[in-house]
Design a protein around this ligand. Structure first.
Ligand SMILES: N[C@@H](CCC(=O)N[C@@H](CS)C(=O)NCC(=O)O)C(=O)O
Length: 225
C-alpha cells in the first residue's frame, strides 16, 4: 500500500491526497512535519508531500507524484489521451504553480507572524499574480471543468493552489485574486462541494491547531538562535 507522508494542513499534501482518493488508490497517511529527520529520509529537500510506494520506492514533488500515480494507476484517468490536450492540462498546472502558488508563498512568513509584508514584496507578488491572472483568463475554459468538458489533474491542482492564493492575497494584498478570473469562483464552489474536497477540508481543519503549534515552535526556535 502507498504511504502518503506529510500533514493535512498542507495544500500540496492535499492535492496528492485528492488524486489518491479520486483514483480510489489504497493508501495510508503518515503524519510528519517539515524540518524532521523522518521527512528528510523520504523527501530529499525536506518538503511535504512525499510518498512511499508499495514496493518501497520514495518519491517527492507533488506534480511528479501526480504523474506517477497517473502512470501507475491508469484507472479513472486524470489526463486526456491526446498529447496536445495533455500538454494543455500540464500548462495550466505549471502556470498555477509558478505564477500563483510560488508567488503567494512569498507572503507566508508575514501571514504566520501576523505582520504586513514590506511594500516591495507586495508589489513583486502582485506583479507575478497579474501575469498568472492574464494567462488563466486565456487558458481556463470552465466548461464545466478547468480544461474543458473533462475533469482533469488541472482541476485538482488549481483547486489546492487557489486555497493558498485566496488566503494570502486577501490578507496581505487585500485582493480577491480568484474573482479576477472569469468563471473561477463558480468552478471553485463546485470543487469545494465534492465529497472528496469536503473530506480533505475536514482533515485540514482537524490538523490546523497542531500545525500552528508546530509553526510557532519553529518561529521561537529560529528567534532563539
Ligand atoms: N515543490 C514542492 C513544494 C512542497 C512544499 O512547499 N511543501 C510545504 C508544505 S505545504 C513544505 O513542506 N514546506 C516546508 C519548507 O519549505 O521547508 C511540491 O510541489 O511538492
Amino acid at each position: 500500500m502507498i504511504t502518503l507522508h506529510g500533514f493535512a494542513a498542507s495544500n500540496y499534501y492535499n492535492l496528492v491526497k485528492h488524486v489518491l482518493l479520486h483514483k480510489e488508490i489504497p493508501f495510508q497517511e503518515n503524519l510528519v512535519y517539515p524540518s524532521s529527520d523522518e521527512l528528510l529520509a523520504v523527501s530529499p529537500v525536506g518538503k511535504v508531500p512525499a510518498i512511499t510506494t508499495a514496493e518501497g520506492f520514495e518519491l517527492s514533488e507533488s506534480s511528479v507524484i501526480c504523474d506517477f500515480l497517473e502512470d501507475s494507476y491508469p484507472k479513472k484517468p486524470l489526463y486526456p489521451e491526446l498529447a496536445t490536450e495533455r500538454a494543455a492540462v500540464r500548462r495550466i498546472m505549471k502556470i498555477a504553480e509558478l505564477y500563483f502558488e510560488l508567488s503567494s508563498r512569498r507572503l507566508i512568513p508575514f501571514v504566520f507572524s501576523g505582520a504586513q509584508a514590506p511594500q516591495v514584496i507586495k508589489d513583486e507578488v502582485r506583479q507575478v499574480l497579474t501575469r498568472g491572472i492574464i494567462a488563466m483568463n486565456r487558458l481556463c475554459k470552465f466548461s464545466p471543468w478547468i480544461a474543458g468538458d473533462t475533469f482533469t489533474m488541472a482541476d485538482i491542482y488549481m483547486y489546492y493552489v487557489a486555497t493558498i492564493v485566496h488566503i494570502f492575497a486577501s490578507s496581505q494584498l487585500d485582493w480577491d485574486v480568484l474573482a479576477e478570473i472569469d468563471g473561477m469562483k463558480a468552478w471553485n464552489d463546485t470543487m469545494k462541494q465534492t465529497d472528496i474536497a469536503q473530506a480533505i477540508e475536514a482533515d485540514r481543519m482537524a490538523n490546523m491547531p497542531e500545525f500552528m503549534q508546530h509553526v510557532q515552535a519553529q518561529i521561537k526556535a529560529a528567534n532563539a538562535k
